[in-house]
Design a binder for this molecule. Structure first.
Ligand code: GRF
Length: 201
């Protein structure tokens, strides 16, 4: 079974869905570690409650981004982590880290990339008047919200709903899709050709 680490800075609802799916047996990976850059992240509380090892590291204590990430990478090595799963991790990873875990870092983004990149994707899509948006899971490369796309799930925007309602629906889709995709990637039955992620049966 593959070992994964989840990186989270905030609430951790995606982490919770992963924890629940592992507990149910529908996601067959071992969650070896939850990493956070925020001491008070609720995600850390969720991990501890589930008996998962946590690793909080304060970026301000390091001279550079790379020094910070080297420390995290050492911890991942110690825990024999195969896959890194970003779930609301609010830091951009440096080329050092991306290279060390090429095509082994997943991110979830609450829009259909390349539309609505950035930290306000749901609001941006809503305010833009998009009739459809959705969820993207992609590998992380050296650019923000950019790496090869692993999966996308569209979500229609209803004319009647508020941004809060849309947000809730998108998060629900995220919670389902992320575990499915993590499971597929953990199976290792795929190749990456340029930007294309091709799954084999
Ligand atoms: C999610 O919407 C995810 O798409 C984005 O950050 C949010 C994290 O939410 N990258 P949570 O901490 O998992 O609740």
């Amino acid at each position: 079974m593959k070992n994964i680490a989840v990186f989270a800075s905030g609430n951790g609802t995606n982490l919770q869905a992963i924890l629940d799916n592992i507990a149910k047996g529908s996601l067959k990976v071992r969650l070896a570690l939850v990493v956070s850059d925020k001491q008070n992240a609720f995600a850390l509380k969720r991990a501890k409650k589930a008996g998962i090892k946590t690793f909080y590291l304060d970026p301000k204590k390091f001279v550079s981004k790379e020094a910070y990430e080297r420390e995290i990478a050492a911890q991942l090595k110690k825990e024999k982590v195969d896959l890194v799963v970003l779930a609301g991790f609010m830091r951009i990873l440096s080329p050092f880290f991306v290279r060390a875990y090429r095509n082994r870092i997943l991110n979830i983004h609450p829009a259909l990339l390349p539309a609505f990149k950035g930290g306000r994707a749901i609001k941006d899509a809503y305010n833009y008047g998009a009739k459809a948006t959705g969820v993207t899971v992609h590998f992380v490369d050296e650019h923000v919200d950019h790496g090869p796309i692993i999966a996308q799930e569209p979500v229609k925007v209803s004319d009647a709903e508020s941004v809060v309602q849309l947000e809730a629906r998108i998060h629900k889709v995220e919670h389902k899709v992320y575990s499915e995709v993590i499971g597929r990637v953990a199976s290792g039955r795929f190749t990456v050709k340029g930007r294309r992620v091709i799954f084999t049966p």
